[in-house]
Write a protein that binds this ligand. Structure first.
Ligand code: FES
Length: 110
């Protein structure tokens, strides 16, 4: 497991990318909805080596309702990672299991 951050480092309704393996780019991201966190690899199933955002932490649409890929506009459900529109409709983001400790530390199972 790898320590990502404290849960309070991710604002409510927002997403944040992380580079836990020091690869020089964010390889995963976490979306916070209330007390619930969702984490996925930062790779679009349309082209497997393509990162989703066009800018740091830009994983969500303007309304914060869906995860979006900036390259060709795929939209994904936040809670499942399922692509609901765009060129990879029906495919899913790769989920990552998280653990939040009693003190609010967020750990990722890589
Ligand atoms: S690379 Fe994500 S929609 Fe094409």
């Amino acid at each position: 497991m790898v320590l990502l951050c404290h849960i309070d480092d991710i604002p409510e309704g927002a997403a944040k990318g992380f580079d836990p393996l020091q690869e020089g780019r964010d390889s995963l991201f976490v979306v916070r909805q209330g007390a619930t966190l969702y984490a996925y690899r930062d790779l679009c199933p349309h082209y497997g080596e393509t990162a989703l955002p066009w800018r740091k932490d830009g994983y969500l649409d303007g309304a914060g309702q869906h995860i979006v890929c900036a390259s060709h506009g795929a939209r994904f459900e936040i809670d499942t990672g399922l692509c609901i529109s765009g060129p990879c409709r029906g495919q899913t983001l790769t989920g990552i299991t998280l653990e939040v400790t009693a003190t609010g530390q967020v750990l990722a199972h890589l």
